[in-house]
Design a protein around this ligand. Structure first.
Ligand SMILES: [Fe+2]
Length: 497
C-alpha cells in the first residue's frame, strides 16, 4: 500500500472514533427469553476444555489426527451491558481435536485482542462494536475495535483468527494463546484483512479487506504458498459498501459491493457503525474485476441491487467471468434478524433468505443476473474446485417449518444450486456451518465427509456430527456431544492430520 492509502485507512478509523464520542446508553432489557437464547450468551468460561461423549457411530479414519478450527462471537455481555448485534461479541478460538483413538476433545479460548485485554482490565466494554454504540475509550486504529470473531485460517504454518476490518491474529495451535497481530508487510499494519480468504489449488492465498468508513478503499492481497505477500493494492470505492466476501477464478479476482453503503448524514452520536449504512438500490451492485497476475483493473461493472454474505464459487468461461453467490434481496437480514436475535427474537421471513444466484460478467461491460431457488448459505465446496467449475457444493438450507433461529438443514447442491440430498436437524437443534472434507480414496470431488456443530437446545450442549457426503439423507454417521454449550459461532476450517 502506498503511504497515502495507509494514511487513509488510519484516518478513517480516527473519524470513526470521533463520531462515536457519545455517552453509552443502556441497552434494552431482554424481554421474554426463548429456550434457545443461551446460544447467544457468553461462553461459560474464557478457557473451555472438555472430552466429548460419543453418542453414536465411529469417527472415520480420514478425520483422525485432524482438527476442526472454529471461531465466533463468545463474549456478548460485560458489567450488565449486552451487545445489540450477533456480530459484536469478542471471538473465541475453538479446537475440536479428532484423536487417533477415535475420540474427540474440545478446547476453546477467548482471543486476547488488544480490545479484549483492555476491556477485561476495565471490567466493562470500552469500544464501539459493529452494531452497538459504545464510546468509553479513544480509537486510533482499526485494531482498537478488532474482535477477531469471524473465522480462522490455518495457512503456511500459522493459525490465524480472522476479523474483516483490521488485522488477523496469530494463535498458538497447541495452547490457543494469542500471539499478536499478523502484519503481512510493515507498511500494512492494521490494514483490513477479511474473514473469507481463498486458497486456490496452486496454494496461493487471496484476500480483500474493506477500510475504515471514510477511507473508501478496498485492500486486495495476493500471498504465495509460503505466506509471503507478493501483491497488494488499495482500490478506491466510493461510497464504500458493506462487503463480507469476494470471488477468485484462475485468472481474476472479483470484488462485489452491494448498495448497502455508508451515508454520512447517518453518522450521528449514539449510532453504531451498522446504523450509518443505508440501502441505496439506485446505486446498483458495483463489481470490480482484477487480473490476478498484476492486480490491474480489467473492468468496473454494475448490476442489479442485491446483498450477499457469501460467494459459492467463481470461474473463467471464455471472455466471461461467472460468479455464484448466496444473494439476499436487500440488507434486511443484517439490520433485522441478525440483530434482533440478541434480544431473543428470530424474525426473518422467507423474503430475507439468500438464494443461489449466478452473475455472468462480460468484461466489456455487460452483466447478466439470475437468482432464485432454494434458500442457502454457508457454502462449502471441494478445495480442489475453488476458482474453477465446481461439480456441486454443500450449504446450510431451510428444512421443515421452523420457529427457532438459523437454517435447520444441510444439503448437497448441484453445480447449478439445485438441492440433491438433505439432512434436516429438526427444531431442537441450531446447526452451524458444515464443512466438506474429502475422503482419501475419493472417487469424485464431493466424495467425503461433512463435519458440523449444532446447539442441542433441549440438552443445552453443543454436538458435532459427521455425515457421509454421498448419503446426507441417512443422517449423521457419528455424533459427539461436548459437556457444555458453546455460543453459536460463525466459520471454521478443518485441518487434516
Ligand atoms: Fe462469513
Amino acid at each position: 500500500m502506498n503511504r497515502v492509502a495507509r494514511r487513509s485507512f488510519l484516518g478513517g478509523s480516527a473519524a470513526l472514533a470521533a463520531s462515536f464520542a457519545c455517552p453509552f446508553s443502556q441497552q434494552e432489557a431482554v424481554a421474554k427469553s426463548p429456550d434457545w437464547l443461551f446460544g447467544w450468551q457468553n461462553a461459560a468460561s474464557d478457557h473451555l476444555s472438555g472430552q466429548a461423549e460419543r453418542l453414536f457411530g465411529t469417527l472415520p479414519e480420514a478425520l483422525r489426527g485432524g482438527t476442526l478450527w472454529r471461531n465466533g462471537p463468545a463474549r456478548h455481555e460485560r458489567a450488565g451491558v449486552r451487545y445489540q448485534h450477533w456480530f459484536d461479541g469478542d471471538g473465541m478460538i475453538q479446537a475440536f481435536r479428532f484423536l487417533g483413538d477415535g475420540s474427540l476433545r474440545h478446547e476453546g479460548r477467548m482471543i486476547a485482542t488488544q480490545k479484549y485485554q483492555r476491556e477485561e482490565e476495565a471490567g466493562e466494554f470500552l469500544y464501539p462494536a459493529f452494531g452497538t454504540s459504545i464510546e468509553k475509550a479513544p480509537v486510533g486504529s482499526p485494531d482498537d475495535l478488532n474482535s477477531a470473531n469471524i473465522s480462522v485460517l490455518p495457512f503456511a504454518g500459522e493459525l490465524l483468527a480472522l476479523w474483516e476490518a483490521g488485522s488477523a491474529h496469530r494463535i498458538n495451535p497447541q495452547s490457543l494463546a494469542t500471539e499478536g497481530v499478523k502484519t503481512w508487510r510493515q507498511d500494512l499494519l492494521a490494514a483490513p484483512f477479511s474473514a473469507h480468504p481463498k486458497v486456490t489449488p496452486d496454494g496461493w492465498l487471496w484476500n480483500f479487506g474493506y477500510g475504515a468508513p471514510s477511507a473508501n478503499l478496498l485492500a486486495v492481497y495476493g500471498i504465495d504458498s509460503q505466506g509471503v505477500l507478493r501483491r497488494f493494492t488499495a482500490l478506491p470505492m466510493e461510497p464504500l459498501g458493506f462487503v463480507h466476501d469476494f470471488a477468485v477464478t484462475e485468472r481474476h479476482i472479483v470484488l462485489i459491493v452491494p448498495p448497502f453503503v455508508i451515508d454520512e448524514s447517518l453518522r450521528r452520536p449514539r449510532t453504531s457503525f451498522l446504523a450509518w449504512h443505508r440501502w441505496r438500490p439506485e446505486l446498483g451492485t458495483r463489481i470490480v474485476v482484477l487480473d490476478k497476475n498484476d492486480f490491474s483493473e480489467k473492468a468496473r461493472l454494475e448490476t442489479e441491487p442485491f446483498f450477499f454474505f457469501h460467494v459459492v464459487n467463481a470461474r473463467d468461461s471464455g471472455s466471461e467471468v461467472i460468479v455464484e453467490i448466496c444473494a439476499n434481496p436487500d440488507a434486511g437480514l443484517v439490520t433485522g434478524a441478525l440483530q434482533h436475535v440478541m434480544a431473543g427474537k428470530w424474525d426473518t421471513g422467507a423474503s430475507d433468505d439468500p438464494r443461489f444466484a449466478r452473475l455472468r460478467l462480460n468484461l466489456n461491460g455487460r452483466t447478466d443476473w439470475q437468482a432464485g431457488g432454494t434458500p442457502l448459505d454457508f457454502p462449502s465446496l471441494a478445495a480442489s474446485e475453488v476458482g474453477v467449475q465446481q461439480s456441486g457444493f454443500f450449504a446450510m438450507t431451510a428444512g421443515g417449518v421452523r420457529g427457532v433461529p438459523l437454517y435447520g438443514a444441510v444439503a448437497r447442491f448441484s453445480a447449478d444450486g439445485e438441492p440433491q440430498s438433505m439432512h434436516d436437524y429438526g427444531e431442537s437443534f441450531l446447526p452451524e456451518e458444515h464443512l466438506f472434507v474429502p475422503r482419501a480414496e475419493a472417487s469424485e470431488p464431493l466424495d467425503g465427509w461433512l463435519i458440523g456443530t449444532a446447539l442441542d437446545i433441549r440438552a443445552r450442549r453443543t454436538v458435532l456430527s459427521i455425515l457421509d457426503s454421498r448419503s446426507l439423507g441417512d443422517g449423521p454417521v457419528a455424533r459427539f456431544a461436548l459437556p457444555y454449550a458453546l455460543p453459536v459461532g460463525l466459520h471454521g476450517k478443518f485441518a487434516p492430520a
